[in-house]
Design a protein around this ligand. Structure first.
Ligand code: FUC
Length: 360
């Protein structure tokens, strides 16, 4: 089932719509056509109500004034490009610089801040919406016009499937992700430090103090980035490893051991869970990397429904190409050739204890 409603208005009066996708297990995901933002993700809990497992805001203005990309689709280039500079086919490009002298998440007017064209694809058992956007040649300094499409489907198996499509006129780079901050105990329930996480990655990309990759691809052995077996987040956050100190927590790209670029099959990448709660989030993707970010800089951020978010109150699993790939030739290729169709898929599966949920 899909419920469509008015969420608010952009400063220029453009309508922001909200789509609520609900399946037969009483899971619902609310998505805005502004930035494709996942605003709420409700799962039934054992108190006969719902737990909202993602952080979010109440108004369009809150989303536009914040710089944390809560729940948003990120593009053209998720993560950082060193000084916003790169060259393609012998031509140098300078993108918009919007964080610490670097380009973060596609520049100051990234895809997260745009109102996308929206279409309901199915309102049945597997509700699905399609969002589309055309980014012109030179948008935020990136080459070529690019036509992008994202399809969100909530399946009857409690999977939220996110499919990314794109085509460009000339060769360019494209690296999309979704920037949801998860808190499996509820968005307003404090820190995620007690969450346990598994990520099937034997390597990660270390960064400098500005979160720009050094170019190395290091083994995770004996580092706070070894999540190959279930590990509590706090164990990693208390580490005195320089990489953790740089950003006050996890803000790193882990290199997935198995990945399937452009394929229609997403591979299991990892999971998060809260012990004893029965709530578990599994992540599957076709992408080669996953940026694990623990909301390190949050401080009294006023969120939806009166919540006040603090550092480490959410965890992001941003499936993507490695950061700064355009300047690191040995990282998996992020080029989108003219006329080639880009495809990637990430699936978030939520498991929870079955309850005799009653509508309130
Ligand atoms: C993540 C991080 C960044 C940043 C942003 C809001 O993707 O890599 O450091 O602060 O989100």
């Amino acid at each position: 089932m899909i419920d469509q409603s008015l969420f608010g208005k952009m400063p220029d009066g453009t309508t922001v719509k909200q789509f609520c996708l609900t399946n037969k297990h009483n899971v619902s995901v609310e998505i805005l056509n502004l930035g494709g933002i996942i605003r709420r993700w409700l799962i039934p809990n054992d108190k006969h109500t719902h737990t909202d497992i993602v952080l979010g805001f109440d108004t369009v203005a809150d989303y536009l004034s914040d710089d944390s990309y809560l729940g948003a689709l990120v593009g053209r280039y998720a993560n950082r490009i060193n000084k916003g500079k790169f060259s393609l086919a012998g031509i140098d490009y300078q993108t918009d610089i919007n964080q610490g002298g670097n380009c973060l998440h596609g520049g100051s007017q990234g895809f997260n801040s745009k109102v996308w064209q929206s279409t309901v694809l199915s309102s049945g058992d597997n509700p699905s919406i399609m969002l589309e956007l055309i980014s012109p040649d030179g948008d935020q300094g990136f080459p070529s016009s690019i036509s992008v499409k994202v399809v969100y489907t909530l399946t009857e198996h409690n999977h939220l499937k996110i499919e990314y499509f794109a085509t460009s006129q000339k060769s360019t780079i494209y690296n999309p992700t979704n920037h949801s901050y998860f808190n499996l105990s509820g968005h307003n329930s404090g820190s995620v430090k007690s969450h346990q996480v598994q990520i099937l990655a034997s390597h990660y990309t270390p960064t400098d103090s500005q979160a720009i990759p050094t170019g190395e691809i290091d083994e995770v052995d004996n580092t706070p980035f070894d999540f190959r077996s279930l590990t509590t987040i706090s164990q990693s956050l208390i580490s005195d490893h320089q990489q953790i100190e740089y950003g006050n927590g996890l803000d790193h790209n882990l290199c997935l051991d198995l990945f399937t670029p452009m394929s229609k099959t997403a591979t299991y990448a990892g999971k998060a869970l809260v012990k004893g709660s029965g709530v578990e989030l599994k992540v599957y993707t076709t992408m080669p990397g996953i940026q694990v970010f623990t909301a390190n800089h949050f401080s009294n951020k006023m969120g939806k429904e009166g919540a006040c978010y603090q550092a480490h109150q959410g965890i992001c699993f941003e499936t993507q190409f490695y950061p700064d790939t355009p300047n690191q030739v040995h990282f998996p290729n992020v080029m989108l050739e003219a006329g080639t169709e880009f495809y990637s898929m990430t699936v978030y599966e939520v498991l929870f204890k079955k309850t005799d949920f009653k509508h309130s």
